[in-house]
Design a protein around this ligand. Structure first.
Ligand code: NAD
Length: 498
């Protein structure tokens, strides 16, 4: 990284090189808190995408030939270097993405933990041996790496999502090309520097910055790519799935969410309110597992609403770099305008704004992409605000009359990532676990997800999944081997003449 008069200039990582884009163009990176450009990165091209894949392809056999223990040693070194540099990396996340500093510190902690966690698979079983039908034979089902993986990531966790993909891909013996989001490329580039400093051979981890429709599309369509893992919007997921169809490339998709947050009348009210607030407003509502629609039993609705509005109104919004700040800006202008439109549309459809519903007026918010914490009531489940992902600091809250109605409302969605239930009734807990059609259910608690879990969505929320042993398994394909080790050749059981 070098610094000119105003902008820090970054390069991208392809093989052993730090380079400009082949077309020579750059793209500015804005600070969402001020709307001002503070850095620029190469605007990668299709040629750059292919060059990165080629580098990953060249590096892969030697990387896969290392033992698990040797690969894990690199992962542990990366994790340690991230921890050593945690505050600087956290500041970079705040600068390019806008979450409060304490949240960015948490994100960087998680970024390191992904490497630590996947390193624990160093001595894990690498397949199974099955009994064969005939004597002196085995059937092996071996885990083998795909080869070259493409990881496409969004802007909401620009550091943690890098490691959520890079760590398991590397542990499994793959090499990878990461395509960060256009708005938040710096965390990936900074982490690529950490990977380099950890001594990981060139080509094992590559980062190409640029547009999804250019660099992302080229990475997805290339013949070298053997596995694509995406975190992003449903729109991008669909486009990538279509593009991957050309080569029948395997795709894992972690897409949007529309999490219901159900509060029964026997719930511990304080915990329910506090958790509902955190699950909505963390990262300015920009988390795929966020509380996107709150359903509260009618018997406790007024009490819940009053406390929720009171707590939301007291959230400290401001410069995300400052201590004590709980709510930062939206990530960019397009996202800000999108949520403004969504609130306007909800009002047209009959929703009532009981808190916020606009950009903040104070002078410190004149620049940047700010929106007030917002609560909507008088909502129905067929409104857009209850059906489309908001991804912002806006809570629609709706009453229900009984448990069955709450479950029906929760399931009335095309998404299926996370769902929340607050109750003290064990029967309701168990029935909800059975009846809720979501990949991840939280009972009397909220996230974040844990490393050993499995983050997987149904419906529009995606296919495949991340984390834990199941997540790692997605980075392997299987090779089945039939072995005869007897003195005589295996009998030919087919009815052909010998
Ligand atoms: P986005 O879809 O706009 O971008 C995601 C990435 O895809 C970016 O790197 C982008 O450049 C790339 N991309 C876009 N179009 C492409 C194409 N045609 N070909 C190849 N690459 C393409 O998403 P976003 O706005 O950055 O992220 C927000 C979304 O991510 C939300 O919907 C959120 O719910 C989802 N998300 C999901 C999870 C999860 O684990 N399920 C986690 C975080 C975010």
């Amino acid at each position: 990284m070098s610094t000119n008069t105003t902008l820090q200039t970054y390069q991208m990582r392809i093989g052993a090189q730090w380079r400009e884009a082949s077309g020579g163009r750059t793209r500015s990176v804005l600070n969402p808190a001020t709307g001002e450009a503070f850095a620029e990165v190469p605007e990668g091209t299709r040629e750059d995408a292919h060059a990165a894949l080629e580098a990953a392809f060249q590096a892969q056999p030697a990387w896969a030939a290392l033992s698990g223990v040797q690969r894990a040693a690199y992962l542990k070194r990366i994790a340690a270097l991230i921890r050593k540099d945690a505050d600087r990396l956290a500041r970079l996340v705040v600068q390019e993405q806008g979450k409060p500093f304490f949240e960015a510190q948490g994100e960087i902690g998680g970024t390191s933990e992904f490497f630590e966690y996947f390193a624990t698979f160093a001595r894990a079983p690498m397949g199974e041996i099955l009994a064969a039908d005939t004597p002196n034979e085995d059937i092996w089902i071996r885990n083998v790496p795909y080869g070259v993986v493409v990881g496409i990531i969004p802007w909401n966790y620009p550091a943690a999502l890098f490691s959520r993909k890079v760590a398991p891909a590397l542990m499994a013996g793959n090499t990878i090309v990461i395509k960060p989001h256009e708005d938040t490329p710096l965390s990936s580039l900074a982490l690529a520097k950490v990977v380099e400093a950890a001594g990981v051979p060139p080509g094992v981890v590559n980062v190409v910055t640029g547009a999804g429709t250019e660099v992302g599309d080229a990475l997805v369509r290339d013949d070298i790519t053997q596995l694509i893992t995406v975190t992003g919007s449903v729109r991008a997921g669909r486009q990538i799935l279509e593009a991957a169809a050309k080569n029948i490339t395997v795709v894992s998709l972690e897409l949007g969410g529309k999490a219901p947050f159900i509060v029964m009348d026997d719930a511990e009210m304080d915990a329910a309110v506090r958790n509902a607030i955190t699950a909505r407003f963390m990262n300015c509502g920009q988390v795929c597992t966020c509380n996107e629609r709150t359903y509260v039993h009618r018997r406790v609705f007024d009490q819940f609403l009053e406390r929720y509005v009171d707590m939301a109104s007291k959230l400290r919004m401001g410069d995300p770099m400052q201590p004590g700040i709980e709510l930062g800006p939206k990530v960019n202008q397009v996202e800000l305008e999108k949520i403004e439109r969504m609130v306007g549309r909800a009002q047209e459809q009959g929703a009532q704004v009981v808190l916020g519903g606009k950009r903040p007026q104070a002078e410190q918010f004149h620049k940047g992409f700010w929106y007030e914490p917002t609560v909507l009531t008088n909502v129905r489940n067929d409104m857009d605000i209850m059906q489309q992902e908001v991804f912002g600091p806006i809570t629609p809250i709706m009453p229900f009359d009984d448990f069955e109605e709450a479950i029906a409302l929760a399931n009335d969605t095309r998404y299926g990532l996370s769902a929340y239930l607050f109750t003290r009734d064990i029967q309701h807990m168990m029935r909800a676990v059975q009846a809720i059609r979501f990949g991840e259910v939280y009972i009397n608690k909220i996230g974040p997800e844990q490393l050993q879990g499995f983050h997987t969505g149904y419906g529009l929320s995606g296919q495949g999944g991340d984390d834990g042993a199941h997540g790692l398994d997605h980075y392997f394909r299987k090779k089945t081997v039939y072995v005869n080790y007897g003195d005589t050749p295996a009998p030919n059981l087919m009815p052909y003449p010998n």
